[in-house]
Design a protein around this ligand. Sequence first.
Ligand SMILES: [Zn+2]
Length: 112
Amino acid sequence: MTKQEKRDYIYRAFPCMGCKENTHYIDEYYMVTKKVWTKAVPEIKGMLCIGCLEKRIKRKLTYKDFKNVPLNHMGGGFGQSKRLIDRLGISNPMSPFHITIEQMISGLLVIE
Ligand SMILES: [Zn+2]
């Protein structure tokens, strides 16, 4: 696969079903609980950006809505947008996704 083919594949694989924004490009690749996802997407399959997911469930997401999986801790090699970081509660000590400033600086993320 060439670089361009890879880019095209990624573009097609990650469109938000609401606003059509590419969720990969806006750094919103995450996993929420089945309960939240099926409320927003009864057909299960597809991608939503944070904004469109929140519009569908009619409230703001909190860290409790996210699955405790490596993807949500480190973005699975993807970046994490400001609002995704905010909803994951990365600065909130109560959140399982919380990381300290020291960890943030060193880039050392510990998954328990
Ligand atoms: Zn969207």
